[in-house]
Design a protein around this ligand. Structure first.
Ligand code: PEP
Length: 251
């Protein structure tokens, strides 16, 4: 069955005390979620935030990134196994900030997806086009290429564990949300692409999130679209009232 999810990506925000306080406030404000709530704190806070949220039904823990090798001389990096050992169940892979600032390309991301799945983590795989691609109307082809390169080598059984997040780059952290029609157009196109590769049943059951300046004011209309199964939320995930309202917008 298709899962409805709101994932909060805290990015590089909050020191330890602030992270504990934010988690406490989120747990207080988010009531009986209609889907899964996935909290994605920075690495140092994973274990303690995970312990706080695991007492609540439908709350899950995610990391924001991981290295593509299992272990070894990669100073400063974090492996999938380490993430699992502190309670992470999901990991964001291919966020546009990783693609842009850390030059992560599709072959590397495919490798990360493989390692994550092999270690029992569910990838939240991000895709999305920059503004200049949207302006010349080639966004569907651009995103299709990202998905084929990052995910289409997987066996069906593994592919089904992935959550896809469509995040148009021009909408991330800009306050400029895609319209619900723009989001629906892309999500439907992604589902058709998946159906061609893995069949309609798999396509219908995949969770496809929208990300890009989702707010309490825009969530309900976005999530009401037939192919939008929730959101990957950055800025608003740091504001407990807003985040709770976004979770409450799940259908
Ligand atoms: C994100 O970080 O994935 C994101 C969508 O950020 P924001 O909601 O701030 O645009």
């Amino acid at each position: 069955m298709r899962q409805q999810i709101v994932a909060g990506n805290w990015k590089m925000n909050k020191n330890y005390e602030e992270a504990v306080e934010l988690t406490r406030a989120i747990l207080e404000k988010v009531e009986k979620p209609q889907g899964l709530v996935v909290i994605c704190p920075p690495f140092p806070h994973l274990r303690d935030v995970g312990k706080m949220i695991k007492v609540r039904k439908n709350f899950h823990l995610a990391a924001q990134n991981m290295h593509h090798e299992d272990k070894g001389a990669f100073t400063g990096e974090v492996s999938a196994d380490m993430l699992v050992s502190v309670g992470a169940e999901f990991v964001i892979i291919g966020h546009s900030e990783r693609r842009e600032y850390f030059k992560e390309k599709n072959p590397l991301l495919a490798q990360k997806v493989n390692v994550a799945l092999a270690r029992g983590l569910r990838p939240i795989f991000c895709c999305g086009e920059p503004l200049h691609v949207r302006e010349v109307d080639t966004h569907v082809g651009y995103v299709s290429k990202q998905l084929k390169a990052g995910l289409f080598h997987l066996r069906e059984e593994d592919f089904r564990k992935v959550v896809i997040a469509y995040e148009p780059i021009w909408a991330i952290g800009t306050g400029r949300t895609a319209s619900s029609a723009q989001a629906q157009e892309m999500h439907a196109a992604i589902r058709i692409l998946i159906a061609r590769k893995f069949g309609k049943v798999v396509a219908d059951e995949m969770t496809i999130l929208y990300g890009g300046s989702v707010t309490a004011a825009t969530a309900e209309e976005l999530f009401s679209q037939p192919d939008v199964d929730g959101g990957l939320v950055g800025g608003a995930s740091l504001k407990p009232d807003d985040f709770a309202a976004i979770v409450a917008a799940l259908k």
